[in-house]
Design a protein around this ligand. Structure first.
Ligand code: CA
Length: 656
């Protein structure tokens, strides 16, 4: 009954009725649009994919629209912003025909504040059982006046040793639409603010559920408010590998996600990156659940010499000193960075691992993902890029008692590289090895999909504070973007929170590295605000004597795994106030100021219950750019708040 189906295929709404999606098919071209409280905030935007079987973005008719059906998922993750999660959505599938044959289905799940949608390429053209996806029509069209908070995609085969792109560019707040970044579009996630009568609508677009069966996509601007999902550039991976997707039929794409709300709270607290893959699970997966629980027992804090003391510090004696430092801090691990194979050697790494084991400090070892796709000379190279080498390496890592690896310098976002991420994770899982990625893509639901996945860099991270004074000067402002964008959709390996004043091993001017402009309280605050279940902090052994005792004590007891999150206040690029509850029940409230003015706030402390006094880490302005930090006990005011006065480059942290 093809003709009975009208162009407008019925609106689909979230369980609370506020968020709506309308799918249409006009002149053979399918589109979707989004409303919040009845007002359109995403204009009709294209749907469809182009394949070697045909262009399924035009010439389509609607052959079937399913009933809207409620779906739900409950899941536990120890490595994201919230441990126990409940997801409820209304799901509807639209099937499209081309030349009278069903070829493509689009499934939309609409939950409170979030939309997830994906395509299924059907097995319908004769006996063909596989297809190549060359391009997507998928668009995001935003109303005039919308502003952007996005990271430009880096030019492929540029940057250090031709290792770009790697998601390491800065955000700009409230930039106009219409630009295409540095000519290559923007990396996910992308945040937009759409003005509306009575307030703004925030839209965070990202993608999730990529287990290696599809390239990592980005968003390119096609003029004005028109954006389009785009595949990697042919030049990534030194030109090797297809930019498209190879699929068995029927096959599904990853989920595209839109978090849509008039409150930034819903952006910061969203769990759609894990809700979507969790809801794909049709039956309990006890094995994955028990592996997640097993790996969660190995999360925690760690030391890392490279960020302060550079490549030269990757020697036996310094690493042994850092094991002692980690043990004194009560931290669980040490990250041994590049060149360990040459400067320490495998036999003495085994010695260090045994020394660490006796002190309760487990090792993570750095690897170059290379391969064949960049010029980064750091070793070990070629240990993880083929199955044979990888299996040998994982066996050695397990035998040596190594807890995890940090793999750096990936070649891009082509499907062949997404397969490599998956294969490293799966081979490591067999040997109980945890995995951190650096110089890499955004994780796309990997905290859920891979029980041994820890976190990815995919951010302009702490290394830039070592490389450039400009990054130090902007540290406070840059940090305020993270909870709203990058860290909202994935664990973020930032490697920050130093108490050194200078990023060098002398902790003094004239020895290279940037000068830290932010306060000591700021270092404590970002340890709470930046989320990763394993944090290798940038502290140095010298901080035991050259930093305030209260700051060192805080860093000894700050957790890295969280039961819950509560966004309190803020604006990306200006400031952020948020609270996290640790998995042992302690609350931490942290605020940072990225503006050029002193910030005065009433910070709610009701989460601490009837505590008579609270511990507050705070800042006072000085004559220079860096505030002076201190600690005091305060009594909550009668309204259940404490007053925070936060100078420029400063912070405010409350604990019990
Ligand atoms: Ca990097």
């Amino acid at each position: 009954m093809l003709l009975a189906i009208p162009a407008a295929l019925g609106a689909q709404t979230s369980p609370d009725g506020r968020l709506g999606v309308e799918v249409r098919c006009d002149d053979g071209r399918p589109t979707y649009s989004v409303t919040l409280d009845g007002a359109q905030c995403v204009l009709p935007s294209a749907l469809g994919i182009a394949t070697d079987l045909g262009d399924f973005g035009s010439g389509l008719t609607v052959s079937h629209v399913s009933e809207s059906r409620p779906i739900a998922a409950d899941y536990t993750l120890y490595n994201i912003k919230r441990k126990d999660n409940h997801y409820e959505a209304n799901e509807r599938t639209y099937t499209f025909a081309h030349d009278g044959t069903d070829v493509l289905a689009a499934t939309f799940r609409v939950s409170n504040g979030n939309i997830a949608f994906r395509y299924e390429l059907l097995r319908s053209k004769g006996e063909t059982m596989c297809a190549v996806v060359d391009d997507e029509a998928t668009g995001l069209c935003l109303p005039e006046g919308t502003t952007t908070f996005v990271c430009p995609q880096m030019g492929e085969m540029t940057g250090f040793a031709r290792t770009a792109p790697s998601y390491e560019t800065p955000y700009t707040a409230d930039a106009a639409m219409g630009s295409n970044g540095w000519g290559h579009g923007f990396t996910f996630p992308c945040l937009f603010r759409t003005p509306k009568a009575g307030g703004d609508v925030w839209i965070l677009m990202s993608e999730t559920g990529n287990d290696g069966g599809y390239p990592g996509c980005k968003l390119v601007n096609a003029g004005g408010g028109r954006y389009k999902v785009s595949f990697p550039s042919p030049k990534e991976n030194n030109g090797y590998g297809s930019t498209g997707a190879q699929m068995a039929l029927p096959g599904t794409t990853p989920w595209r996600t839109l978090t849509v709300s008039d409150r930034l709270k819903d952006i910061v607290e969203t769990t759609i990156a894990w809700d979507a893959p969790a809801a794909d699970r049709t039956a309990p997966d006890h094995e994955a659940d028990s592996l997640r629980a097993l790996h969660s027992r190995g999360y925690g804090r760690g030391a890392w010499s490279w960020i302060i003391a550079d490549d030269a510090s990757c020697n036996f004696d310094t690493q042994k000193q850092y094991i002692d430092f980690a043990a004194r801090m009560g931290w669980e691990s040490l990250l041994v960075d590049a060149q360990w194979d040459r400067q320490i050697g495998r036999d003495r790494i085994a010695e260090l691992a045994e020394y660490g084991r006796q002190k309760g400090v487990w090792l993570y070892l750095w690897y170059n993902s290379n391969g064949t796709w960049n010029d980064a000379p750091q070793t070990p190279r070629n240990c993880l890029s083929t199955a044979a080498a990888r299996r040998r390496e994982m066996e050695w890592l397990e035998r040596t008692g190594i807890r995890g690896i940090k793999v750096d310098f990936f070649g891009g976002d082509k499907q062949c590289t997404m397969e490599l991420y998956r294969d490293i994770l799966l081979d490591a899982l067999d040997h109980n090895i945890k995995v951190i990625f650096h110089g890499c893509t955004l994780p796309r639901g990997w905290e859920y999909l891979f029980p041994n996945y820890v976190a990815s860099e995919a951010v302009r991270a702490s290394e830039n504070l070592r490389f450039s004074q400009g990054a130090c000067d902007h540290e406070a402002t840059d940090a305020t973007f993270m909870p709203f964008i990058r860290n909202a959709v994935g664990s973020m390996d930032f490697g920050g929170s130093t108490l050194n004043r200078f990023y060098n091993s002398h902790n003094a001017e004239g020895h290279g590295g940037g000068r830290r402009i932010t306060s000591d309280a700021f270092a404590l605050a970002t340890a709470v605000i930046f989320q990763s279940p394993v944090q290798h902090f940038a502290m140095a052994p010298g901080n035991l004597t050259d930093a305030p005792q209260w700051a060192v004590d805080f860093m000894k007891q700050v957790p890295t795994t969280w039961d819950d999150i509560r966004f309190i206040d803020g604006y990306p690029g200006r400031y952020v106030v948020l609270a996290r509850k640790s998995q042992d029940g302690r609350w931490f409230v942290a605020a940072i100021n990225g503006t050029q003015q002193t910030l005065r706030l009433q910070v709610p402390v009701d989460m601490f219950g009837q505590a008579p006094t609270l511990t507050v880490y705070y800042d006072r302005p000085t004559d220079g750019p860096t505030p002076q930090s201190d600690v005091r006990q305060v009594r909550p005011g009668r309204r259940g708040t404490v007053e925070a006065v936060i100078p420029v480059n400063g912070a405010f942290v409350v604990t019990r």
